[in-house]
Ligand binder design. Structure first.
Ligand code: GLU
Length: 293
């Protein structure tokens, strides 16, 4: 099977150097395997996505030197795929999960969950769902507004995989992560579900993303299994921190690609920055040797 990777930005802000690093790793992985790369815009959350960010993200990726080898025609160049145009696929997957008894409807607010939890949770992850609505029998029509659908995780099962960057990793369902949202109460498919449906439908053979999403991969492996889909390989790339050790986020405007460009940096200057080269080298050399999927 030929290698197929993807770049999957969310258009909720402009890209910073940390995104550029992860996407550069993804492009290198595709290049090393003589594979294909596609661009998918994860724009399901219409309350946070903005057309100006879609255009900005595509422009910044191109400026940084990234390209993709497939996609809808977009004025003579390959354009992105958009998750917002693919919602029927997510509905179909939601129905499959409902039929298979994998989900329960949940009416807890964030505050309900916060006040019911006892265990601490990872700073960059959500609290483990306390199970309040877990045993309720679903009565709602799946797409009724105001109802959140959660995936019931197999408590106590170890979910492990061999990350192509970090080697063997694993978590315990119900302890390290809990029942997670696959469909939001505002009618928006959850990230985990949409990502799995698309990565499978798009024939992605290796998902390259930041290591902040390692735990999401454990959740997604449960979805692959429940939907009867073969999972891709995973490569979680090291993240970039600022000079105080804080992970780069969209609020670090000073390290935004467009800001750096306006200040006169060229893409090549940025790619040659020691921090960039160091993390890129560490990411690409770490873990198991690349293998043909
Ligand atoms: N759109 C998601 C993000 O930007 C994609 C994550 C992924 O690569 O799966 O965080």
């Amino acid at each position: 099977m030929a290698y197929r990777g993807r770049l999957a930005p969310s258009p909720t802000g402009y890209l910073h150097l940390g995104h550029a690093l992860t996407f550069w790793v993804a492009a290198e992985r595709a290049r090393m395997h003589d594979g294909e790369l596609i661009l998918r815009i994860d724009d399901l959350d219409q309350s946070r996505s903005r057309p100006k960010f879609v255009a900005g993200v595509v422009e910044d990726l191109r400026w940084f030197g990234l390209s993709w080898s497939e996609g809808p025609d977009c004025g003579g160049a390959f354009g992105p795929y958009f998750q917002s145009a693919r919602t029927d696929r997510y509905e179909e997957a939601l129905n499959t999960l409902l039929e298979r008894g994998c989900l329960f409807s949940c009416r807890c607010s964030r505050r309900d969950i916060r006040s019911a939890i006892q265990a601490p949770h990872a700073a960059d992850d959500e609290p483990v769902y306390p199970g309040t609505c877990r045993t309720l029998v679903p009565r709602e029509d799946p797409l009724t507004r105001g109802v959140t659908w959660r995936f019931r995780v197999p408590d106590g099962e170890r979910i492990g995989f061999v990350d192509h960057c970090r080697g063997s990793v694993g978590w315990v369902a119900g302890r390290d992560f809990g029942d997670f949202v696959v469909w939001r109460s505002d009618g928006v498919p959850g990230y985990q579900l949409a990502c799995v449906v698309d990565d499978a439908a798009m024939g992605i053979t290796e998902v390259v993303r930041g290591e902040d999403l390692l735990l999401s991969t454990a959740r997604q492996l449960l979805l692959y299994r429940a939907l009867g889909l073969a999972p891709p390989g995973f490569f979680h790339s090291p993240l970039m921190n600022d000079d105080r050790g804080v992970r780069l986020a969209k609020r670090h405007a000073a390290l935004g690609l467009r800001q750096l460009r306006e200040e006169g940096w060229s893409a090549e200057d940025l790619r040659q920055l020691p921090a960039f080269r160091d993390l890129l080298g560490r990411g690409l050399q770490a873990g198991v040797a690349p293998k043909t999927p």
